[in-house]
Write a protein that binds this ligand. Structure first.
Ligand code: EZ4
Ligand code: CO
Length: 405
């Protein structure tokens, strides 16, 4: 089944998504997500100029060979732009194979390992009380796991706190230049333990709690935070420190038993190899879009499984609903699946463009039973929402030093 056409479609139904459509000679097509938040057009150029021409007339069924051709075959490997481009092609080819077989993707991966995919949702607020009001509301909706982020007193903006913005879409889709935010580790430490102490008082012990540090701490500071939060029984602490130097996690691990999760910006198995093989983390958060697609996600999951590490794919709105669909299949299959981050199915415009029948019930995401990924994209409607440049913020310490956002 030859590949006849590869379309790269950029649309901004509130925030930018790069969607790839691979069309075969039989008329079967597949969809993939190639969105790299704030760098969207670099992936578009990579796909249009450097990938698409090489794939025309190749056999769409040869997913593994095409993946190797794009990764191993190029002298310039890895990196977010390259891997998002490869990811989108790979997802689209799995979508095609599923449609050709008449089976949902999770069946091709090995079938169902669980009834549904447990998700964690976000509760955030301007203060501890308000964060816990939101968490209580989500608990009432049946969610079993909640990530808590509260504003840091004395800082004008805090990661994860949406303020007067209605939702992530409004927040992330309207920044034509990178806004600058201030960070203070000392101020953060004055808030964080109280948040989790109050959370256990108010929400009880029958709910999973999580927290995202978003790379703001040094390894020894992360170790200190882990020790402070151990008694509140978090499901995991996310992105406690950067792991460009993976040995940083040796420092954290030798001080605390808090479960650790990282990986949303990882592009390959190599980015997490040392962390996993030394059992320095408990959850690997790689995403199909940013780690090269379904093919390497399966490999990462298997490598993690033999080291007792679970999967917990990134689920922020920088990943389009096409990526969420791919995750729903991987999560339904992976024997060592842990939890899926979930921030909703997007705003009205996004749901208009990306149609699917995934659903949330009792705190779980339920995968589509339709062949392939089980998601469609309305190319014509997408023209109503053209690309709009938008950036993530940058972070500075109070003295002006650039820091990790
Ligand atoms: O800040 O995806 O766990 N989720 C996160 C995200 C990231 C965004 C960056 O675009 O850390 O909210
Ligand atoms: Co995160």
């Amino acid at each position: 089944m030859k590949i006849k056409e590869i379309k790269v479609l950029v649309t901004c139904p509130g925030r930018n998504f790069v969607t790839v459509k691979v069309v075969t000679e039989d008329g079967i097509y597949g969809l993939g997500d190639a969105t790299v938040n704030g760098r969207e057009m670099a992936v578009v150029a990579y796909l249009q100029e450097h990938v698409a021409p090489c794939l025309i007339d190749r056999d769409a069924h040869r997913i593994e060979d095409i993946w190797q051709y794009l990764y191993r075959g190029a002298y310039w490997r890895k990196g977010p732009i390259t891997m998002a481009a490869i990811a989108a092609i790979d997802m689209a080819l799995w979508d095609i194979k599923g449609k050709a077989a008449g089976l949902p993707l999770y069946q091709l991966l090995g079938g169902r390992s669980r009834n549904g995919v447990t998700v964690y949702v976000h509760a955030n607020g301007e203060n501890v009380d308000n964060t816990l009001d939101n968490a209580d509301d989500l608990k009432g909706q049946g969610f079993k796991a909640i990530r808590l982020q509260s504003a840091v007193p004395g800082l004008p903006v805090t990661y994860g706190v949406l303020g007067d913005k209605k939702d992530y879409f409004e927040l992330q889709g309207n920044r034509s230049l990178p806004p600058e935010e201030t960070w203070s580790t000392q101020k953060y430490f004055s808030m964080i333990e109280g948040l989790f102490a109050a959370a256990r008082d108010r929400l009880g012990n029958d709910i999973h709690l999580l927290h995202d540090v978003h790379n703001r701490l040094t390894p020894i500071e992360s170790a200190r935070l882990g020790k402070l939060l151990e008694k509140y029984d978090l499901l995991f602490l996310e992105d406690a420190s950067l792991a460009e130097n993976q040995q940083s996690y040796d420092v954290i691990r030798q001080h605390t038993t808090i479960p650790l999760a990282i990986g949303e910006t990882f592009n390959t198995l190599w980015d997490c190899k040392y962390l996993i093989e030394n059992q320095l983390i408990d959850y690997i958060r790689a995403a199909a879009t940013h780690a090269g697609g379904v093919t390497p996600m399966r490999r990462i999951a298997d490598f993690a499984a033999i080291h007792s590490v679970k999967t917990a794919p990134h689920g922020a709105p920088d990943l389009s609903p096409v990526c969420l669909a791919a995750h729903a299949h991987l999560d339904t299959w992976a024997p060592n699946f842990g939890i899926q981050e979930f921030v909703g199915f997007g705003n009205d415009e996004t749901r208009r463009l990306f149609s699917h029948d995934m659903r949330i019930e009792d705190g779980m995401l339920h995968v589509s039973e339709a062949p392939g990924l089980g998601i469609d994209f309305d190319e014509d409607a997408a023209k109503d929402y053209p690309y709009k440049r938008s950036y993530l913020p940058v972070s500075r310490l109070e003295d002006g030093t650039l820091w990790n956002w």
